[in-house]
Design a protein around this ligand. Structure first.
Ligand code: SF4
Length: 233
């Protein structure tokens, strides 16, 4: 959508990511290209149940899940009756042909391709590419190149280095000088971000009792350095 496309030139990644690639490859990059994969709306409830004993059967089977509606992961299938009629597959329920809207007829069902298509997801994606490439193309979005901007890179570098130094110093103030954590690391709660779009993993540390002894809760552990730069002597 419009917002998704518009956000990238202002995203820290598109400004900073050229630097490590340049350092590793020894070449200067012209900018960043972003190719997006459209996941689709989370609009498929699966498995589906009939109406009569919906609740009982659903609970007995452990419930249903919501899935992203995407032609690369969900297939339309019409069960055949061999040898008279073969099983049929389609990527879309609706499409346009010669300027007219067309639909699959009766007997088609949407099924998880990773489970039901012979050969699984890889075979299904190959089927879509061979039989309905337009449906697959609709899943990819390429946005205009984000050109390298020396000024923005320099500003990002200055701000980030400064911020990292401040965090390190403030950690030492909390740990060794007994200064209050809440003052040096205030809670940022704008736009309901403690619970949106999903519950923040640190909710209990900030708002519950877990903050008194994070390791004691059993839900957290000390980070082990894993980047080569951190491990270098
Ligand atoms: S719970 Fe998460 S989002 Fe809310 S203040 Fe704490 S760290 Fe920030």
């Amino acid at each position: 959508n419009h917002f998704w496309v518009k956000q990238w030139p202002y995203d820290m990644q598109t400004i900073s990511e050229v630097l490590p690639v340049e350092a590793e490859r020894g070449v200067k990059l012209g900018g960043v290209l972003i190719e997006g994969l459209v996941k689709g709306r989370k609009s498929i409830l699966y498995p589906r149940w009939g109406n009569e004993d919906f609740q009982r059967r659903r609970e007995a089977a452990g419930g249903s899940n919501w899935y992203h509606s995407n032609v690369l992961t969900w297939a339309w299938r019409k069960v055949g009756s061999p040898p008279l009629e073969e099983e049929q597959w389609a990527a879309r329920y609706e499409w346009e042909e010669d300027g007219r809207k067309r639909r699959l007829g009766k007997g088609w069902q949407r099924v998880p391709a990773w489970r039901d298509y012979p050969g699984g997801i890889k075979a299904w994606v190959e089927w879509v590419l061979a039989n309905d490439p337009a449906a697959a193309e609709g899943c990819f979005v390429t946005i205009p190149p984000i050109l390298r901007d020396e000024h923005e890179i320099e500003e990002w570098k200055q701000a980030t280095v400064e911020q990292e130094i401040r965090i390190k110093e403030d950690c030492a103030r909390v740990k060794f000088a007994g200064q209050p954590l809440a003052v040096l690391f205030p809670k940022h709660t704008a736009n309901g971000n403690c619970v949106r779009p999903s519950e923040c993993p640190y909710l209990d540390l900030c708002w519950g009792v877990g903050g008194d002894d994070p390791l004691g809760t059993g839900r957290y552990q000390r980070r082990v350095p894993n980047h080569p730069q951190e491990l270098a002597p």
